[in-house]
Design a protein around this ligand. Structure first.
Ligand code: PGA
Length: 249
């Protein structure tokens, strides 16, 4: 049985006060048995979040990383630095990175490799735009993004990935994929993973993201191939995020 992962993605939001509010709320919470919870916070809050969350079940993650190890790359943050301040996970290839910051499949692969090299768990984000869905290209786009990374990794590296299917048209729009729509894509992703190895397909956590909230999390997480959520807007309110975590499992 796969463990469920609920990961909050604060994007460029949050504050020290919000880190504190999450630490206090999660210090006494009892989560369902099969549920892990992570928060992907902006760089400046990583170190303090990792320390503050020590007495809670929360794990800390980053939202991106450089594909370089160190050197004269002003403004960049390396995987080693993320590990140094207590991050365990890192998002790679979020659609906002792809569309707003020009990260193509090659850039995404380089960041996944950098994360793996430093012992971080990459959460690789995949998803189609509305135009691609309407053109009937959902599966080919998502599987293409997956293969662009997985084909270049060895089996042990592939097994360390977490995947997040996030239809771009559902991110921050309040429009969620129906459980059936999400399940269909998750199942296609798992089918493609089986071509690498049945054990990889069976073990891979595939999260759903895109306007997940307390009201729809239960039915999405009940789908056989949905193993958690990547939660944006609803991860900025402690109560909403807690309710999503409680509805898993
Ligand atoms: P959302 O964002 O939950 O606000 O749609 C999800 C994400 O972008 O990871």
């Amino acid at each position: 049985m796969r463990t469920l992962l609920i990961a909050g993605n604060w994007k460029m939001n949050g504050s020290l006060a919000l880190v504190d509010a999450f630490a206090r709320a999660f210090a006494s919470v009892k989560l369902p048995a099969r549920v892990e919870v992570a928060l992907m916070v902006p760089f400046p809050y990583l170190g303090v979040a990792a320390e503050t969350f020590q007495e809670t079940p929360l794990t800390v993650g980053a939202q991106t990383l450089s594909d370089r190890s160190s050197g004269a790359f002003t403004g960049e943050v390396s995987g080693a630095m993320l590990v140094d301040v207590g991050a365990r996970l890192v998002l790679v290839g979020h659609s906002e990175r792809r569309s707003l910051f020009g990260e193509d499949d090659a850039a995404v692969l380089a960041r996944v490799q950098a994360a793996l090299e430093h012992g971080l768990r990459p959460v690789l984000c995949l998803g189609e735009t509305l135009e691609e869905r309407e053109a009937g290209r959902t599966e080919s786009v998502v599987i293409g993004q997956l293969a662009a990374v997985c084909d270049a990794l060895d089996p042990a590296e592939r097994a360390r990935l977490v995947l997040a299917y996030e239809p771009v048209w559902a991110i921050g729009t309040g429009r969620t994929a129906s459980p059936e729509q999400a399940q269909a894509v998750h199942s296609a992703i798992r089918g493609r993973l089986a071509a690498y190895s049945p054990a990889l397909a069976e073990g891979m956590q595939i999260l759903y993201g895109g306007s997940m909230k307390a009201a729809n999390a239960g039915e999405l997480l009940a789908q056989p191939d949905i193993d958690g959520g990547l939660v944006g807007g609803a991860a900025l309110q402690v109560d909403d995020f807690l309710a999503i975590c409680q509805s898993a499992g």
